[in-house]
Design a protein around this ligand. Sequence first.
Ligand code: NAP
Length: 372
Amino acid sequence: MASTQPTTLRWGIISTGHIASVFVKDLLVDPKTRDVHDVVHKVVAIGSRTVEKAQEFIDKYAAGDKSIKPYGTYEGVYSDPDVDAIYIGTPHTMHYVNARDALKAKKAVLCEKPVTLNAAELRSLLAIAKENNVFFMEALWTRFQPLVKELKKVAEDGSLGEPIMVEADLCANFGVEKLPITHRILDPRLGGGALLDLGPYPLFWAILALYEHPSNANTRPSGISASMIKTPLTNVDSNTTFTLSFTPTSSSSLSAQANLTCAINVRGINPSVVIRYRHGNIHVAAPSPCPKSFKVEYFDNNGKLVREEKKVYEYVGGGWHFQADEVARCIREGKIQSEAWGWDKSLLEMEIFDEVRRQGGYVFPKGVEQVV
Ligand SMILES: NC(=O)c1ccc[n+]([C@@H]2O[C@H](COP(=O)([O-])OP(=O)(O)OC[C@H]3O[C@@H](n4cnc5c(N)ncnc54)[C@H](OP(=O)(O)O)[C@@H]3O)[C@@H](O)[C@H]2O)c1
């Protein structure tokens, strides 16, 4: 019997901060532990602003693996012929330049959320990806977790009816009073604040539950209403609430709202997401980026609870590796975008954030946005 070898994707990592470390740890988890047999990952290069930090990172997170090359510039990674795909884990304000340079070097790119600072930056990146015929995806890792795949089936099999209300939240208490004002969560020159850092997750759940629902067929929301409270420390948003309305159109029968919350000064709620349907509810456990369980309540025609089902998920690693598997498969198949988290969804996200910032009065300092 012919054996099929898994596809190996060779990764170059840009930056050595927190998220780069957890992503690399997950890349080094054997994919067979999550029942993945068609792709494997190899870390081949680490790029940092100093070569010492790159080497330290390799020593700490990859057991000093001598086959991984440390670079003291990000450009070294972009031009390394052994690198197939680049992962970008720099602060939000650097995503545009880092992704642009990697795409121009014809490398596939997986870029951390929020993919850019605004929709104009993203449109420019998408044009560059298209022009160079290279894969590009926002690292919206939640979309690729096994729980989400299963929940989507339940949400769309018709037994719950149409969705009507979504509440989704991601808050975290960063102890901002004790942080230096140059910390990326506070500094407007690094795109600080709750919306850009945490907002992608509540919005993701609205996109999954409403935008992607078959009755809506990827029709955009008809209304956005937003409110921001700013921290006096640096004037970035400490709390943001935004509501999306979906109303019936020629392409959508959906009549639903999503109420989305994020904050950097308070703990999140549990469940972190509740999706309410005509005939039941789905409760998703906190934290909303990587929940490990969800509960479905089914109602009879009188709205009485008749059945509950709970599903629990366990896997080896932090959950960031599922998106890496998606990147490897897309590249193997010659795709330049993922169907599950395609460019339309990142663009919708950035356009909604532009509008939320406009209503909330959040303006980046001059020169921070690379494309306006
Ligand atoms: N998906 C998730 O679960 C998740 C979780 C946390 C954060 N994120 C995203 O990942 C990105 C980075 O967050 P993080 O928490 O990893 O940040 P972090 O720990 O501060 O790391 C950012 C890294 O970027 C590099 N960098 C380049 N220019 C910089 C500058 N001017 N200031 C600070 N760092 C600079 C640094 O690496 P070198 O010195 O080596 O170049 C630094 O270590 C953000 O966009 C955030 O939204 C995603």
